[in-house]
Design a protein around this ligand. Structure first.
Ligand code: ATR
Length: 284
């Protein structure tokens, strides 16, 4: 009798919009892995119960999305160093009593920028907009990729400096020295890449950057994605930034990192990204 496929899912609230099931189904087909990957809607106060039930039924791993990443961090018994610094977990792997928590958002971003987009991060000067969870999740992987300078800029400058100080205390001093923080108003260009990790796009807005902020930028990258360019992407294009990208490649990249952690096989992201992009642009 054939054994039941290994079970995985993405957990969140809401979850209906998640693209993760189709991404992981494509990875599985490509690599010949037999898995089942579903969507798990948990009540906002019911994360632990939902994960316990999933494990009891034999589930082997979960991707975790809003609003549960901090709870997944607490749920994990062991965490990767990048998850520790992020203070958030987007990937859980179960093995009996063992629960490993990882955060693959940053590696997904780094892989997409250096791979598909083709910008080498080693020696690059990078501006990261925002001081919430999305920023926190990618700081360490960007530093690990060898950026010369990483500046966090936020609408509320004090939140950026507080985040900088908190992260710097947990980083190697040489890494902490490459990390700076401030407000948006003082930005005056000089960055190779500008990455939007704010929630401004949720209300159809772009962070209010002074015109000089874009000077010299080769890449503007929004962590969110959709069928249409975001307000941040439109602002970057209007400012003449030559390469403007959304977060679809980062989404596929973080999924590939999770898949590799669970299955020990690294999928090829390019065809999966291309198919997803086509579906996203197609008729609704
Ligand atoms: P998350 O954990 O998803 O990043 P968050 O902790 O609420 O969410 O952080 C949202 C980030 O987006 C913050 O950096 C926020 O700036 P403030 O700290 O000044 O609030 C930023 N943000 C949200 N809306 C914004 C807007 N319209 N313009 C600029 N920044 C915005």
């Amino acid at each position: 009798m054939p054994s039941r496929p290994a079970r995985y899912a993405v957990i969140g609230n809401p979850i209906a919009h998640s693209r993760s099931p189709e991404i992981h189904a494509a990875f599985a087909a490509q690599t010949g892995q037999v898995i089942e990957y579903g969507r798990l809607l948990a009540p906002v106060d019911g994360f632990v119960a939902a994960v316990d039930a999933f494990r009891a039924e034999g589930g082997l791993g979960l991707n975790v999305t809003l609003p549960f990443k901090p709870e997944a961090f607490a749920y994990a018994r062991r965490r990767t160093p990048r998850a520790e610094i992020a203070g958030a977990v987007n990937t859980l792997a179960f093995d009996g009593d063992d629960v490993l928590g990882d955060n693959t958002d940053g590696p997904g971003l780094v892989a997409d920028v250096q791979g598909r987009v083709g910008l080498a991060l080693k020696g690059a000067r990078v501006l990261l907009l925002g001081a919430g969870g999305a920023t926190r999740g990618v700081v360490r992987p960007l530093l690990d990729a060898g950026v010369e300078r990483l500046a966090i800029a936020n609408r509320t400058a004090s939140r950026a400096t507080a985040l900088r100080d908190e992260l710097a205390a947990r980083l190697h001093p040489a890494d902490a020295a490459r990390l700076s923080a401030g407000g948006l108003a003082d930005l005056d260009g000089g960055f190779d890449a500008i990455i939007n990790a704010t929630a401004a796009g949720l209300s159809g807005e772009s962070p209010a950057l002074p015109p000089g902020a874009w000077r010299g930028a080769m890449l503007a990258f929004d962590m969110v994605y959709g069928p249409k360019p975001t307000a941040f992407m439109q602002a970057a294009r209007a400012a003449g930034v030559p390469r403007v990208e959304d977060g679809l490649g980062m989404l596929v990249g973080q999924a590939a990192e999770s898949f590799a952690l669970w299955r020990g096989v690294r999928p090829d992201v390019a065809p999966v990204y291309a198919a997803l992009r086509e579906r996203l642009a197609g008729p609704a």
